[in-house]
Design a protein around this ligand. Structure first.
Ligand code: GDD
Ligand code: MG
Length: 336
């Protein structure tokens, strides 16, 4: 099966990390986010992935110069301006010539890491004779997602993107879809079209959209909190056997405390510092006596002596936190 992977967004919620690296190329433990996503698709029968690129497309091509990622063939297409999710699907479908042999294809949001069994989605898709079928997951707070209402058989009766509360359901669009080629004909060309705000609501009204309720490992790693969680889940063993967080190529002083954190290759954690519930990217330096709590320190960044960064602070690549500073939920540099 072929898949279109949507990876052209600006990653605004993860700025300033995404000012220098596109969201799906940010590291999740030991590999860029996209490799976790593509290897999941590859395990479930996807053998060619069309990357729907836009923002910082060169970073993807530079990382996979031989056109393969996690054992899967890559094809890169680039929008000249962002066409939004559905516009990107149509553009990718046409630019990669997927229509040459029309068949069911998969679409996924590039920041969704999931254990979804695609064959289950396909089973419902075929049995229902659906035009498109969406994977649904149940969450506590659906307000930041696409909320989906179905009838007992799984036919979608309503799709509401980011509803104001109260949401009509706790089942949300998990960002993986199977589509028939006819969906492409529903997407206007040459302008921005949202699959969530335009195409899915129209299909729900026509009764051609189905959804599979399937709770499995799932995270949309596109916010500071979930980007960290995607990594801590690997350490906690929520996705396979528990992984080690500290790279063998990091330098952690025996007098430092590192708890439930990722410390990547080339990072230095000095004596008397504390790193807890955080990610310290490659080449970053945590100076003596500093504390990094529930935060992300970008590559080559420095947290100065005695400073305290906490509560979802994001330090951009190469940035410095002054010695003794105290930051909570901050962005360094402040978001552009
Ligand atoms: N090529 C391209 N062009 N890609 C885009 C564009 C575009 O104009 N806009 C967004 N994308 C990509 C992003 O890079 C991301 O991988 C994916 O589309 C989804 O965009 P997000 O910005 O991450 O959306 P979201 O997380 O707010 O909401 C989406 O995901 C939720 C589940 O994770 C929606 O699909 C929700 O309905 C869904 O519940
Ligand atoms: Mg997202």
């Amino acid at each position: 099966m072929q898949a279109i992977l949507l990876v052209g967004g600006f990653g605004t919620r993860l700025r300033p990390l995404t000012l220098t690296t596109p969201k799906q190329m940010l590291p999740v433990l030991d590999r860029p986010m996209i490799e976790h996503v593509v290897s999941g698709l590859g395990r479930h029968g996807v053998d060619r992935v069309v990357l729907a690129l836009g923002y910082q497309d060169d970073a993807f091509r530079a990382a996979y110069p031989d056109g393969r990622c996690a054992g899967v063939e890559l094809c890169c297409v680039v929008e000249s301006e962002p066409l939004d999710t559905a516009g990107a699907i149509r553009f990718a479908y046409e630019a990669s010539d997927m229509g040459a042999v029309p068949s069911t294809f998969l679409v996924a949001n590039g920041d969704v890491i999931t254990g979804l069994d695609v064959s289950e989605l396909l089973r419902l898709h075929r049995a229902a004779g659906a035009e498109a079928t969406i994977h649904l997951i149940e969450v506590e707070d659906p307000s930041r997602y696409g909320v989906v209402v179905t009838n007992a058989g799984g036919r979608v009766t309503a799709f509401v993107e980011k509803p104001s509360p109260p949401a009509p359901s706790r089942w949300i669009n998990a960002g993986t879809y199977l589509m028939e080629p006819s969906v492409i004909g529903r997407i206007a060309s040459g302008r921005r079209v949202s699959v969530e705000r335009e195409v899915f609501p129209a299909m729900a009204a026509d009764g051609t959209l189905w959804a599979l309720r399937h709770n499995t490992y799932w995270v949309d790693a596109g916010t500071p909190e979930t980007y960290l969680r995607a990594q801590l889940d690997l350490l906690d063993g929520r996705r396979g056997p528990a992984a080690a967080g500290v790279s063998g190529e990091a330098v952690v002083d025996p007098g430092a405390v590192v708890e439930r954190s990722v410390v990547m290759a080339g990072a230095v954690v000095a004596a008397g510092s504390v790193v807890r519930g955080s990610a310290v990217h490659s080449g970053a330096v945590i100076e003596p006596g500093a504390q990094v709590l529930d935060s992300v320190v970008g590559s080559e960044a420095t947290v100065g002596r005695g400073a305290r960064v906490a509560d979802g602070t994001l330090i951009g690549e190469g940035s410095a936190v002054a010695p003794g500073a105290a930051l909570s939920g901050a962005r360094v540099p402040e978001a552009a």
